[in-house]
Ligand binder design. Sequence first.
Ligand code: NI
Length: 174
Amino acid sequence: MAVKEVLRMGHPLLLQVAEPVAEFNTSALDALIADMFDTMAVRNGAGLAAPQIGVSRRVVIFGVEHNPRYPEAEPVPTTVLINPVIEVIGDEDDEMWEGCLSVPGMRGLVRRPTCVRYSGFDQHGQRFEREAHGFHARVVQHECDHLDGILYPYRIEDLRLFGFEDEVLKAVAD
Ligand code: NI
């Protein structure tokens, strides 16, 4: 398939609420998912949402084995998640320096719930449900935000904790 251009913050499509997928096992859906995996791999993404490659549909992918952009992150299973629903479990939350392929070169400190239950459909229209915590839960929430037109900078509580990746990571390490 193909590595696609990743739209950057400021592109109006990233602000749209994406449409649900109505039909599974179509060549269009299969091609979209293949393009998303190719694009995520080339950019070392932990996840990607369809609107980021210009397709306003409720499709996200994610997965981490070892990711140079997030060297400390625990593994996340490689997943296709379509028409997702997220439910927060408990009242714990935590903070992490998030990045996004649509906001290249930047990081921001974002607070999110630590544990979630998510459900949706896989590539073949099979419904599934999982519980996730930590980095896995964070990636799911970040990617699903894209489907509602939300980019992580909108969730930063203190904009002083938003900056260029190399500066931020150097400051955190000091
Ligand atoms: Ni993102």
